[in-house]
Design a protein around this ligand. Structure first.
Ligand code: ADP
Ligand code: MG
Length: 358
């Protein structure tokens, strides 16, 4: 199969999509555009609406309001509901949902019912080969490992050449060791086929590693949307900064356009004079040095992490604990005093009373 494997793939467009369950607004006006061939990671804490959004796009759940288009064709609107089987959407569930009484080949063929026998056979063989599971075609699901089941489920979802593939926590049932490998293989396959994909995850590291684009949900709303690296380095608010990975925070007041902290003054040109503010930076932005050339801090804890050692330090005269990663053989002992300095270009300043309340 070539990159044109999914010639019908077109962008997905959602405008103001909502869905409530009683008083709970699971989706609260979601607008989202997905470009052709894009791999979008939908990230957010448990209960924020990720699965509901996939189900609503797939048509297995009805939205209450909003509009949706797939490939330029309206699939949902005020007086429109296109049935799931007519949407050209591939769905891969968290538990794979393989039919236990069907073989691998029959599972894949199931998604192709309606086509001619010969076409089903040739497409099944093709997609099983692409997914690397052709040798398992006569087995039943219980005879497969978790990683193999995942690949069969992927093959089944891709078989009808869907315009978009929706995957709900597709790697969360795999052991950590296997997860990284299967994820990398899956993404390589999707990219080589040019398949437009939305992957749901609650794991920030997975979302940072997997997608071309990261969409962060909170309480049924999109609160950040952009390339993973950019969002990690330039989070739009403290909520995104904290959710995407570990960080250090120092509080202070804005004076003459900057916030004063024990690690230096950081520009806050958009924040009002006298406002409470918070400087945020990742552990990687912090480094240890001699006491004379940085802010004095005492090591309170060390955690060996294999390739690095994570230190917790208390800045002298300041209640906040700082986290920094150092090479294991360079780690100072607990109780010792060191200097700390931060790369100012990596510091982001947020208002304490951010109007977005993140
Ligand atoms: P996520 O996948 O991000 O963990 P969900 O989309 O499953 O979140 O759920 C979002 C919110 O909607 C939660 O508060 C959940 O309890 C609620 N919810 C989801 N499905 C139903 C349902 N069928 N009936 C009632 N409440 C539901
Ligand atoms: Mg879910």
């Amino acid at each position: 199969m070539s990159r044109n494997e999914t010639p019908d793939a077109q962008p997905l467009s959602l405008l103001g999509v909502s869905r409530s369950y009683g008083p709970v607004a699971a989706l609260d006006g979601i607008s989202l555009q997905v470009g052709m061939g894009e791999v979008v990671c939908l990230l957010g804490p448990s209960g924020c609406g990720k699965s509901t959004l996939l189900r609503v796009i797939g048509g297995v759940e009805r939205a209450d309001g909003g509009t949706m288009e797939l490939g330029g064709r309206p699939i949902f609107g005020p007086h429109l509901f296109v049935e799931p089987e007519d949407r050209s959407i591939g769905f891969m569930f968290q538990d794979y949902a393989l039919f236990p009484h069907l073989t691998v080949a029959q599972n894949v063929a199931f998604g192709l019912r309606g086509s001619g026998k010969a076409a089903i056979a040739s497409r099944s063989t093709e997609v099983l080969e692409v997914a690397g599971v052709a040798h398992l075609s006569e087995r039943y699901p219980h005879m497969l490992s978790g990683g193999e089941q995942q690949r069969v489920a992927l093959a089944r979802a891709l078989a009808p050449r869907p315009a978009i593939l929706l995957m709900d926590e597709p790697f969360s049932n795999l052991d950590q060791g296997l997860r990284d490998t299967v994820r990398a293989e899956t993404l390589r396959l999707l990219r080589s086929l040019g398949t437009t994909t939305i992957i749901v995850t609650h794991d920030p590291q997975e979302a940072l590693a997997a997608g071309d684009r990261l969409v962060l949900l909170r309480d049924g709303r999109v609160v950040a949307d952009g390339p993973p690296r950019h969002l990690y380095q330039n989070p739009p608010h403290l909520y995104a900064a904290r959710f995407l990975g570990p960080g250090n925070e120092l509080s202070g007041r804005v004076l003459a356009g900057a916030v004063e902290t024990p690690l230096g003054r950081f520009a806050a040109p958009t924040l009002g004079e006298g406002k409470g503010a918070r400087a945020f930076f990742r552990p990687q932005a912090l480094s240890i040095c001699s006491v004379e050339s940085g802010a004095e801090a005492q090591v309170v804890d060390r955690a060996f992490q294999g390739e690095s050692e994570r230190l917790s330090l208390r800045l002298i005269g300041c209640p906040d604990l700082m986290t920094v990663d150092v090479a294991p053989d360079a780690a100072p002992n607990v109780g010792s005093h060191v200097g700390l300095r931060v790369d100012p270009s990596s510091v982001r300043v947020f208002a304490d009373d951010d109007p977005t309340k993140f």
